[in-house]
Design a protein around this ligand. Sequence first.
Ligand code: UTP
Length: 419
Amino acid sequence: MNGLSFEKKLEFARKKTAEYNQEHLLQYFDLLDDNEKELLLDDILNIDFQFMCSLYKNANKEINAKNLDLKPAVGVPKSSMNQKELDEIYELGLAEISKGALCAVTMAGGQGSRLGHKGPKGTYDIGLPSHKSLFEIQCDGLKRISEKAKVAIPWYIMTSETNHEESVAFFEKNNYFGYPKKDIMFFKQSMIPVMDKQGRILLESPSKILKSPNGNGGLFSSLKDKSIFSDMRKRGIKWIFICGIDNVLVRMADPYFLGFTIKNKYKASAKSFLKRDASEKAGVFCYKDGRPYVIEYTEIPKELAELKDEKGDYVYGDTNVLNYIFDIDVAENIASAGLPYHTQIKAVTAYINGEYVESIKPDSYKFETFLFDSFNMLDDMGIFRIEREEEFAPVKNKTGIDSAESAREMYLAVYGAES
Ligand code: UTP
């Protein structure tokens, strides 16, 4: 569409928006300057309206979990291993890292809407004595393993249009926290339009469509589209360590995790911890139709959520903590297959009827893909069960559960007041 004349673009945009009842997108067109007009037309012509329509139609569909063929997937507790076994997987993992075969990927493209921090979540200071940001905390973790392995671990950071420039500028300003600049790479994930509950695509401003990042499941396709897999291969990477930005206790490039994966000949592994109670709001690992799967707390039948084994542990209890290791070949295969979109109802600020309107409560449809949906394409995967209080302290909310305050306390309990 880029080669089209202005008039042709306008004609197409008018036709498309009329066909899909989205004429309001051109409501302020005549008020825009020439540059804004071009930007809006390009934005509109890049929308796959038919696809957006199908997402809207599916937005309220309930998943009938009763008909799913589910089997438990039980994690291997790290705490059940003796010192010899632990040493063995650690050495195995560290040796592979020393060969330069592991890279780390941080998914930092989210909007952190619940936290409400102005700026990328990675720049957030949880109030440690050192006032380290979430980015610096992860960088410190990588430095620790890099020193042990005597090799700098390449670090890829996924951002999105909403926070890319600010994230890169933050690293620049902080001199990359002393990490080799050539080993930190940023790439943007894709964005997708946001809709209201009537199925109207929203505007961010008179000249711009409101879009949100396409979920953490956008990772593999972005690694492919942005030629990151090729960069990894040039560097001799075989394993990809993946985590989110907001768990302050994440063990970056964990040699135990990698060693566990290699020793058991898995091509992909996930970390888990045991859920606290049957109704905990988190997805758990299981097998669906004989393949690995994460079933959401909203989907799992109550009797399975409550089922316990003879030791009293939940059978469907291994909680997904957004920390994975993938063999690069497997990740690249998955990248070519699309992942399904899930609807999230979120509060947004949109330009409606000539003014900027901020939702008072979540009322708009954002569409996200989840990385864990790719697990069902694997024959099997490892589940490495860790202790929650040692490795999991997420920063999601302003206050209360999973807030900066709770994460800070847990971080200080593990790393001490010097941190
Ligand atoms: P969350 O799903 O908790 O989203 O992301 P969030 O953006 O941090 O916060 P809310 O829901 O808007 O309050 C879990 C991890 O996945 C990343 C986030 O940056 C975080 O590290 N993520 C999420 C992405 O990289 N891209 C996305 O599109 C969504």
